[in-house]
Design a protein around this ligand. Structure first.
Ligand SMILES: [Zn+2]
Length: 448
């Protein structure tokens, strides 16, 4: 059986491997960086240490190149620390949105700077207004979108990827996406779209992904080129329009088949693995797509490629409360990915392993990717019990998390929890105390 190895996905601004750090953020995409710049290398050094110790193959970083935390020099440093530790550091970039290759700063390879200098290259909405929008929270920046039909834009995108691997030779690869917050509605783009495209465009992907992947793969033989799809690879059965985290429209495998077979496609698992995991509006809810079943694999046209299945478990994206325990969902993610012969699974690695639930989520990704047929009981006995102070204790740890998630936590558990904590010391004690605080915080938020 093919084993799907674990990798991590991160945004620089909400990666907090130091617990007490002013300016840290616990959510978001495309935010400002809140910490002092030196902290960027410190955070990722810690993340790399954990990844190296537990067999996490790679860490992907959105916002890798940002003036506010050291720009190119800091990115090179992090990539080299990763190389030295055996952890591949890869960038994450938007090609037509999200700031481009140089995410934020005074660089000729900043898409924002390019679009300010060339306003004719901006994408437009249906009314012809520039497509500039954010995520609507106080931390997220406005995202300038580029027109995917514009020859100047296409040239800029490809040259910026060429520059990246020359300037940052330590980089292990690049995940790229065209943008999922709106696409250009100019006449040329609308004529080019093979189906209605509002938030994402598979035609933009088909245009850019093969060329970008060739540049990445040509930069050095071992580099990874990862094409984000925003979808599960299962065919979409209900919704006709392209949407995030739905199934894939039927025309997509043919559209994307021009990507070099050495490249990866990255898919979204979330609601297809746990249909109940629909408590945020952009995953699963309303798609009506049935869950992914063991043995349901990659469509023929894309079977030669390499594949990553990504999920947002344990993050603010999947349950609104960061650091929810998600080991059962991660177990299913690994088992289904192995059954579909995928090469990798991807989880968010933004939270420090100080948070015991985050630590167990990470360890679940490592354990079940190595043992995809193993049971929850095996994970509890082999991985959790030694870290909680002895056999038989993991059941309560899992059950109390479940009760908290379902808002049915019995407050009498805290006597027992404190007894567990008092019987242990060191790291096991820290895990119980952390859980006590986490559970209490849920009660506080609900009842105060
Ligand atoms: Zn356009």
């Amino acid at each position: 059986m093919q084993l799907a190895k674990p990798v991590w996905w991160t945004w620089d601004h909400s990666t907090n491997w130091t617990v007490n750090q002013p300016g840290k953020q616990n959510m978001g995409a495309s935010n400002f960086y809140g910490k002092c710049g030196e902290q960027f290398v410190a955070e990722y050094t810690r993340a790399i240490r954990f990844a190296a110790a537990h067999g996490i193959e790679a860490i992907f970083i959105a916002g890798l190149l940002r003036d506010g935390h050291g720009g190119l020099d800091a990115a090179r440093k992090v990539a080299q620390i990763g190389r030295d530790a055996g952890v591949r550091i890869c960038g994450i970039t938007g090609l037509l949105a999200y700031g481009g290759i140089y995410y934020e700063g005074d660089s000729p390879w900043s898409l924002d700077r390019f679009l300010k200098a060339h306003p004719e290259c901006l994408a437009v909405d249906r009314e012809g207004r520039p497509l500039v929008k954010g995520f609507g929270n106080g931390m997220s920046k406005k995202v300038r979108h580029a027109c995917g039909s514009n020859a100047k834009v296409r040239d800029f995108v490809l040259r910026s990827v060429e520059w990246l691997f020359k300037a940052l030779p330590e980089l292990g690869g690049l995940q790229f996406e065209t943008g999922d917050t709106g696409v250009c509605q100019c006449a040329a783009c609308r004529k080019r779209y093979s189906s209605e495209a509002e938030m994402i465009s598979y035609d933009d992907m088909a245009e850019l992904y093969p060329k970008v992947a060739e540049i990445v793969l040509g930069s050095k033989p071992e580099a990874w080129a990862v094409c984000e799809t925003y979808a599960h690879f299962l065919p979409r059965r209900k919704k006709a329009r392209a949407c995030f985290a739905c199934g894939m429209p039927s025309e997509v495998p043919a559209l994307l088949s021009g990507v070099p077979k050495e490249a990866h496609f990255q898919w979204v698992g979330d609601g297809f693995i746990d249909p109940k995991d629909t408590n945020y509006e952009w995953v699963g809810e309303g798609s009506g797509d049935p869950p992914w079943q063991a043995g349901e694999g990659i469509p023929d046209r894309l079977r030669q490629h390499r594949h990553i299945m990504r999920a947002h478990y344990g993050t603010h994206w999947s349950g609104r409360v960061r650091h929810r325990l998600a080991i059962e969902r991660i177990r299913k993610l690994c088992r289904l990915s192995a059954s579909a012969k995928l090469e990798r699974i991807s989880l968010f690695g933004e939270g420090s392993a100080f948070h015991a639930n985050a630590e167990f989520n990470y360890l679940a990704g490592c354990f079940f990717s190595t043992h995809p047929e193993a049971s929850m009981e095996a994970f509890a006995a082999e991985v959790m019990a030694p870290r909680l102070g002895g056999p038989g204790l993991a059941g309560d740890f899992i059950e109390w998390n479940r009760q908290s998630e379902e808002n049915v936590l019995d407050e009498s558990i805290f006597q027992k929890l404190m007894a567990y904590a008092s019987r242990t010391d060191g790291a096991p004690q820290r895990r119980w105390l952390w859980l006590g605080s986490f559970l209490q915080s849920q009660l506080w938020d609900r009842e105060y």
